[in-house]
Design a protein around this ligand. Structure first.
Ligand SMILES: [Fe+2]
Length: 168
């Protein structure tokens, strides 16, 4: 690969990582809003919001692998436009929740969809790198996302109807 092409590939990969970090950050902000809106489950949402911030930081840190000369494999199949659409949708849900309130079953479903599309997209499973450190981070991100799905399912199955009032 010529230096120039290598630089272009790196730049494209950096761009995809930045979008993925925004996706994780949008989830953090959405969950922080749910924590405000659903006092009965405030701590659970706050904890997940904090973990999503951690995911965003971790994904942002993946840039360092590019700087060190590792490229990612299979990353090109991720479409930044689709990620942008998801980020915008989460932002709208966040604003609507703060303005109108939201009940746990709706919040849980929105969150489950956001987590599931990360898993279905398979970013943390299909993206590969020759760096062993990356494999460890990807596994952590994938496991943590799966745990959120389990926790959300549990939250949903134990939730009664408890629509919160507007909370901003
Ligand atoms: Fe996440």
């Amino acid at each position: 690969m010529s230096d120039q092409i290598q630089e272009q590939v790196k730049e494209a990969q950096r761009n995809i990582l930045a979008h993925l970090a925004s996706y994780e950050m949008a989830m953090a902000e959405l969950y922080a809003a749910f924590a405000e809106c659903i006092p009965e489950h405030r701590m659970a949402w706050e904890k997940m919001a904090e973990e999503e911030r951690g995911h965003a930081r971790m994904v942002s840190g993946l840039d360092a692998f590019l700087a060190r000369g590792f490229l990612f494999h299979n990353i090109g199949r991720f479409d930044v436009g689709t990620m942008d659409d998801h980020v915008r949708a989460m932002e709208q849900f966040r604003k609507a929740s703060l303005m109108d309130g939201i009940d746990i079953s709706k919040a849980g479903k929105i969150a489950l969809e956001a987590e599931a599309s990360i898993l279905e997209g398979g970013f943390y499973q299909v993206v590969e790198s020759d760096s062993r450190e990356f494999q460890i981070m990807a596994k952590h991100l994938s496991d943590s996302t799966t745990k959120h799905v389990d926790r959300l399912r549990e939250m949903l199955s134990s939730a009664g109807p408890n629509r919160s009032p507007p909370c901003e």
